[in-house]
Design a protein around this ligand. Structure first.
Ligand code: EPU
Length: 420
């Protein structure tokens, strides 16, 4: 197992390029199951999560070729069963359920296990499949869905924590091959949902309204192969912008879609960091007197839950009292105890973190617990005095392509070592 050592206090400067989006790549790769013809997907980041997804596709019978960021999938003959040993490593494995149901009219996928960021039910995905006419059985740790045929329906996918991203993806992928028209109300509006809809439309699907709360899908009888570039990863972009805020001399994040990170740039600007936005690049400059902030995570276009931990790391070093409320995954605060070990002053009150900014953080051995919490520890380590040792780095490798190398390119003193 690797760990990352960060010698804090080195100012970052220069520019880095954002990789393709993890959360677009995963459902788009799953969607290649909807056609017998080859699909070519460019910009797939080299992450353990994308690797796990390709393993699932291979298990199902697809031919997969990967050459740097380009993945070609040919799913000519496929099975419809994804057992525990192939899906257990990644919760997003559940997004093969929709395309398998759409194409094979049946699918059995092992249920995703627990998750440190909180309870992650799939009741809304299943409600959507049932509305399309599928029967759903949960037995022996598996979910089985089957239907002699799928029929378009009006489905409201809004749950008590708001819309569901992978639920919207899953129902959309099943509905593209249903008879008639499906309307998803309360749909997730995330850019990754739009990217998936664009990919499906290139395959011959008829989807309108992706990016709004109402998606309309007119079923077609078959889809064909296509070629697609995934969008840049807005959470990786946001993470680098926070790195620039926490200890930058001025950095530029390139290959970014500014609209997709608007809530993050707005939050950083409210703290007082000068931001300049060009076509596909965002620069952030330092501010010695950055201010505290009140922040609430919301579905897109609100401030993303996936940036909450990184923002907590930053706010632990800005002057005054910040208040951060997590509305999507109320227990997603694994980073708090670790940041406190580095000298941060923060208290949890239910789903709210109250953060008193401190002048200095101190390097310490800390443990990565999930992807974004781990990123927060690396960011804190960049600022801290002394050496921060982040163990269980495999969490970072699930979702950030070469994070340590990219930070080194910006001037961070960061190294990856084998844990003894
Ligand atoms: N929810 C339900 N029932 C469901 C599905 C979701 O109650 O059937 C609840 C969840 O418990 C949560 C809320 O609805 O409270 C939103 O969850 P959502 O379904 O949108 O999450 P997801 O689709 O499973 C994706 C991302 C997550 C990101 C969330 C929220 C992927 C692969 N994952 O998960 O990304 O945090 O949306 O934006 O797209 C990450 O990249 O680190 C990550 C965790």
């Amino acid at each position: 197992m690797d760990k990352i050592l960060i010698h804090g206090g080195r100012p970052l400067a220069g520019s880095i390029k954002v990789s393709g989006s993890k959360n677009s790549s995963l459902p788009i790769l799953a969607a290649t199951l909807l056609t017998r013809e080859p699909c070519v997907v460019h910009g797939v980041p080299d992450l353990s999560d994308t690797h796990y997804m390709l393993q699932i596709l291979i298990h199902l019978g697809a031919q997969v070729e990967r050459a740097s960021g380009t993945v070609t999938v040919s799913a000519d003959n496929i099975g419809s069963v994804a057992p525990y040993n192939v899906v257990r490593k990644m919760r997003a494995s559940i997004c093969v359920l929709g395309p398998l149901l759409g194409r094979c009219k049946e699918a059995t996928v092992s249920l995703p296990g627990g998750c440190v960021i909180g309870d992650r039910p799939i009741d809304l995905h299943l409600k959507g499949f049932e509305a399309l006419g599928a029967a759903v059985r949960v037995e022996g740790g598996n979910v089985k869905v089957f239907a002699p045929k799928l029929t378009g329906a009006i489905i409201n996918l809004r749950g008590k924590f708001g819309p569901t991203v992978l639920g919207t993806d899953n129902v959309m992928m099943a509905a593209v091959l249903a008879d008639g028209v499906t309307v998803i109300e309360g749909a997730a509006q995330e850019p990754e949902v739009v990217d998936l809809a664009n990919f499906l439309n290139k395959m011959g699907a008829r989807i309108e309204g992706a990016g709004t709360r109402r998606i309309i899908i007119e079923g077609v009888s078959a889809l064909h192969g296509t070629e697609h570039d995934v969008i840049p990863d807005r959470i990786e972009a946001g993470t680098f912008l926070v790195a620039g805020a926490i200890c930058g001399k001025g950095i530029t994040v390139k290959r970014v879609e500014p609209e997709h990170v608007r809530s993050t740039t707005n939050a950083l600007a409210s703290c007082g960091f000068p931001i300049s936005i060009a076509d596909h690049a965002i620069s952030i400059s330092p501010n010695g007197e950055a201010k505290a902030l009140e922040l609430t995570t919301e579905p897109y276009p609100g401030f993303p839950s996936d940036m909450q931990a990184q923002m907590c790391a930053l706010l632990s070093t800005t002057d005054g009292i910040s208040v951060v409320t997590e509305n999507i995954f109320p227990q997603r605060y694994m980073h708090v105890a670790e940041l406190k070990r580095m000298g941060a002053e923060m208290q949890l009150e239910g789903a709210t973190a109250v953060i008193q900014g401190v002048d200095r953080l101190f390097g310490a051995p800390v443990m990565a617990s999930d992807l974004r919490a781990s990123a927060a520890l690396v960011l804190a380590g960049l600022k801290a005095d002394g050496i921060t040792e982040v163990s269980r780095v495999y969490h970072i490798d699930r979702g950030y392509e070469r994070l340590d190398e990219k930070l080194s390119e910006l001037g961070a003193h960061i190294e990856r070592v084998k844990e003894t």
